[in-house]
Design a binder for this molecule. Structure first.
Ligand code: MG
Length: 369
């Protein structure tokens, strides 16, 4: 069985509403930049990374798939995705320019496509292939209600509506221009919805250490669940210092490009919730390695949803130490088996593969070149 063809694709899918923002970005579309891997027997696997739909950047990722990785795969025997990943990652000229950034995002898409094809050939959902038995459902937390661009009243109303829909956990963005704004929003939300709902927060790397320490100190009575990316993404020592001086748990991992870098945070006691993302950390292969490191350290995994949880739902169902999973519904309608939440819980997917196969309609509507 050989790999017949590997080709790139780009889809730009509108976000809910016209525009959303966190502390560092405002976007109107989500970029689904991926690889389509076709095998000799006709099996087709899809994988993708997630972007802010910046077309010049997306074209670089697509070019890396078509020009760097496809020639190494086409005509080769189709083997275990982990073996392909190792060969592609350690290819000397690509390793020289890769390991992070554009090339790594491209490799993540390729890796997921190969896992999707691998699972389809076994006629099993990905969670079974990576070692379920799996839970029938996973608790979801809703991020789409809590963007920084929502005024405070709308934020509170959104959370109440999410609770009515069955969510028992939400995440709200922080990192406004003034810390007082963040504190007021957190206090107003807790006052309005009471203690029964889990509230996580996310600063998207915006703060310095003193600001993060002050946020943690002042929100202590609110019993927040975690602060995500309080500080610059790669700063292990400052996260270690924050963890040592505050009681607010730290979550991070979405901006980390390999399991080894994430392990630096784990070894320094610089985080409490481990958030690898298949779209950045090395596809399914890198995610499983990162999750194993977390398990060895006794830490829960809470995948970041750069894939809007299409693939991560399989991870969360299969891994016993995966806690709640992020819900952002922007691209679910684009896939033959959309990630689905009922009464605040993601439902386990059952179709063979990684839930990454686009619908014909999405393929025709959202593709850009
Ligand atoms: Mg985040």
């Amino acid at each position: 069985m050989t790999i017949r063809a590997v080709t790139s694709f780009i889809m730009h899918v509108p976000v809910t509403g016209s525009q959303i923002a966190d502390s560092t970005h405002a976007i109107t579309h989500w970029g689904v930049v991926g690889a389509r891997a076709e095998l000799q027997d006709g099996t087709v696997g899809f994988g993708f990374t997630g972007t802010h739909a910046h077309l010049p950047g997306d074209r670089l990722i697509a070019a890396a798939i078509d020009q760097c990785y496809a020639p190494l795969l086409e005509g080769a025997a189709f083997g275990h995705p982990r073996a392909h990943y190792r060969a592609l990652f350690h290819n000397p000229p690509l390793q020289w320019v890769g390991r992070a950034g554009v090339l790594q995002l491209a490799l993540c898409a390729v890796d997921v496509a190969l896992w999707d094809a691998y699972a389809k050939r076994l006629d099993q959902p990905l969670w079974a292939v990576i070692g379920g038995p799996a839970r029938p459902s996973v608790p979801a937390y809703n991020t789409d209600i809590g963007w920084l661009s929502f005024p405070q009243d709308q934020l509170v109303d959104n959370v109440k509506r999410a609770m009515d829909d069955g969510f028992t956990a939400v995440k709200i963005k922080v990192g406004a221009e003034h810390l007082g704004t963040d504190l007021a929003r957190c206090e107003a939300l807790r006052a309005a919805v009471g203690d029964s709902i889990t509230v996580a927060t996310d600063a998207n790397g915006k703060w310095d250490l003193p600001t993060a320490q002050r946020f943690a100190r002042e929100t202590e009575p609110l019993a927040l669940f975690w602060i995500e990316e309080p500080l610059w993404y790669d700063d292990v020592e400052s996260h270690h210092e924050l963890a040592a001086t505050s009681s607010l748990p730290i979550a991070l991992g979405e901006q980390i490009y390999n399991p080894e870098s994430l392990t630096q945070f784990i070894r320094r006691g610089a985080l409490h919730f481990v958030q690898p993302d298949v779209t950045r950390i090395g596809g399914v292969t890198g995610f499983l390695d990162a999750a194993a490191c977390a398990q060895g350290a006794g830490l829960p995994v809470a995948a970041h949803a750069g894939d809007m949880s299409q693939v991560h739902l399989h991870m969360a169902c299969a891994l016993p130490h995966h806690t709640m999973l992020e819900y952002i519904p922007w691209i679910a309608h684009c896939f033959q088996e959309p990630a689905t939440v009922l009464d605040g819980r993601f439902i386990r997917p059952e179709a063979p593969g990684a839930s990454t196969t686009p619908t014909t309609e999405a393929w025709e509507t959202y593709r850009v070149t």
